[in-house]
Design a protein around this ligand. Sequence first.
Ligand code: ZN
Length: 165
Amino acid sequence: MDRVLDTACVWTNAAYIIAGAAVAPVNAAGGIALMLLGVLSGLWHVSGSHPALIGDRYGMYLVAIVLMTHVGMLPEAAYWAAPLAALPLALWVNSYTGVPPLIALSVGYRWDVLQIGALTLLVASICNLIALPHEPRHSRLYEVLHGLWHLLTAAAFVIMFHQTA
Ligand SMILES: [Zn+2]
């Protein structure tokens, strides 16, 4: 049990891969982006290295840009530009600074149907914010709360892609 909790930050990334499979029927790019996020975030939580951190951010920016395109904020061509556009963001902009505004734009754009998804993201963010001051890898509380962040954000993305399909 201890071992499972110790690695909650890693195994909960499976939720992104499952979410990707759930999103793929309504948006193939969203499905791929979520699965990639699951792999990249998993690698980040396993290794803790700087390149892996960039990879984790890249996955999040990719999902955010694809969601913006899916809800109709960006033209269809943005699906093809997203893998490129996410790169400088991942390299130079901290995900806590850059990702929430992008998601918020999508939520604002389709607020009529995205309220449940937004609420789920809000609860996820609160879990993550409570976890942040605690040391990753050494705190059981961090592992559980950050694991919850993975599970809840994965659920939120499934809800958001389906509600705007
Ligand atoms: Zn994480």
